[in-house]
Design a protein around this ligand. Sequence first.
Ligand code: PNS
Length: 169
Amino acid sequence: MSIMVKKISAVYPGSFDPPTNGHLDIIVKASRLFSEVIVAITDNVNKKHIFSLQERLNLVQKSIKHLKNIKITSFSGLLADYLEKINSFIVIRGLRALSDFEYEFQMALMNRKLNKKVETVFLLPEQSYTFLSSSMVKEIALLGGNTADFVPKYVDKELKKRVVNLTKN
Ligand code: PNS
């Protein structure tokens, strides 16, 4: 059952390198609250990603194809500017633990300072995902661990292939 807040779209920004089951959980929860969820993948050239922007777009796309009200896009530059450009000012972020809070709090207030129309809505993931992060998943994969429980099936397959390629070079 969905409890729609309003006929309003919300933006879920992130690196999604790679998308995890925790990200998906937040996307599903947001899709029940908002009429449209725009997953906005950052194209930050200064960050070292394991997957290119195009690959991350594809990984998210493949993982959410069962959901109807989701749009996947990318952005570069400031999130606050991107929100202005698409005229959508609700930002969704997942809050896993107290350790996330300081960074998320700072980011939410900074985004509001940069664009006063921006409001950040924090969603809590299912408890089983509170320890999950893309960086940990990457580390586990690179060190030969099993990531099947942490990412969607398709992402797991692509992650394994990428690790094989990276360790070959
Ligand atoms: O998945 P992540 O890496 O935690 O997402 C962080 C993200 C992409 C939401 C954040 O770094 C961001 O918004 N980057 C865009 C640049 C920007 O606006 N920086 C100022 C934020 S206060």
